[in-house]
Each structure stands twice: as structure tokens, then as C-alpha cells.
Design a protein around this ligand. Sequence first.
Ligand code: LER
Ligand code: MN
Length: 262
Amino acid sequence: MRLALREEMSRGSTLAEQLSWLDGIGFDGIELSAASLDLPPRELEEIFADSPVRPANIAGSGALLDPDPAERAAAKDLMRRRLELAATLGAVGLLTVPQFGSAPRLPDLSPYKTAAELEHELFVEQLEELAPAASDAGVPIFLEPLNRYEQHLVNRLEQGVAFAEQVGDGVGIMADFFHMNIEEADIAASIRAAGQYIVHVHVADSNRLQPGKGHLDFRPGFTALKEAGYDGYLGIECRVSGPYDEALAESAALLRELWDAA
Ligand code: LER
Ligand code: MN
């Protein structure tokens, strides 16, 4: 298991400074999701060449289901460019949120199709167009299930797996303990059922503070991940309570301890 932190949570005014800070507090990777993605790929390669901290994953687009066709086309272009970047940098894949918001933005065309049906079918078509690019690049697009207040299309792991199975090669899912804590009946059972489809994991506690500051028991989920052969990152994504560096270093140590004991 390796530990990563979101770019937005990493201290420093340049990516090089952020990597150096992450190294200092014991992190192995960074999730590229902010300003770094505006840098030319060559510059990113050079910055990472000077650090032991690895690019864990790259943010994909959250606009694949935008009602505007021009926005959807731009979202697919962005996904293709970022798949190439993920392959170049050796990231595990493209973190993709199917849509944001608790209600569809497409029109309700019932009795022909409801908005939810249209979204579902459109998402399959979008993924079918992009999956060959992911397979060619050798890095998957992985879908992030979010809780019902942030997303409505994919709330649980099994819903992400259904898309991945329907589309085939090039599509996986991820598991975020904060969202699973809200949406899954049994986190460990859901992880076991999703098994090999899980390519990345986010961790935050029940209250979305750093692991250790809420009431979530990570151990059954970690055991299930280990049984599924998961050896990727745990990416911390949370608000931080306490002195920032110390609090994160302490949480990182706790996660390593819980993982080893699971
Ligand atoms: C949002 O709640 C979340 O978990 C992020 O990882 C979305 O990219
Ligand atoms: Mn997340």
C-alpha cells in the first residue's frame, strides 16, 4: 500500500515544493487535480524526475453528461489528453466522476425516456468512445461513486462495476470510504464484490476529517481490499483538524498501522 494526498491539500506554491513537502511528511504519491494540470507534460515529467513522490492519478472530466454537446465534446478531448498524460507519467489512471449533482441535467423526455434513462445510456456511449483510448494508453478510466447529495448516477460500487462490465476493457472504479460510509450497506462486502475493478481508494473519516478523527472503522474495508489483492494507493481526501503537517503525518501513520494489521 502507498499513501497519496490530493494536490489541493498539498502545501507549497509550486508542484516541486508540494512534492518535497509530501516526501517530508511520509507520502508516496500526489493526485493531480489542480494547477499542475495546466503545466506542459514535458515540464511535469521533469518535476517528477527529481522527486520520489509519484503521480498517483490524474483528474478526468466531470462533464461527460453535460447537456451542451460542445461541452461534452470538450470533455472527451480533455479525457483523451489526460489519458496520454497518465500513461506518460505512470499514473494509475484517470479519476472520473460521471456527473455532479443530485438530479439529472438532461431533459425528461418521458414517455420516450426519463432523464435518468437518457443519462445512463449517454454515459455508456461516452465510455464506449473513450475506452479504446484508455486501453491503447494502458491506463484505465476509473469511475468514482459519490454519495447521493453530490451525484445520482453512481452512488455505490456495484453501480460503477455495472458500467465497467457493460463497457469492458479500459474502465474500472474506485472506492471512497467517506462516500461508502453513507451509501454502502456493508463496506467490506461491497469491496469484496467489486474486487478487481477497484483501481484507486480515497480515505476520509465519517465526518470527512482525516482518518482517526471520526468513528469509521477502516479495518474490515482494508481487509477486504487486501483479500481482493489491492496494492494501490490510499489517497487522503479530507478537511484537517489540528496543526496541519502534524495532523496529516499522524493520520498517515495510523493508516499504515491499520493497513498492516488488517
Ligand atoms: C468528492 O466528494 C470526492 O470524493 C472527490 O474525490 C471527487 O473528485
Ligand atoms: Mn473522493
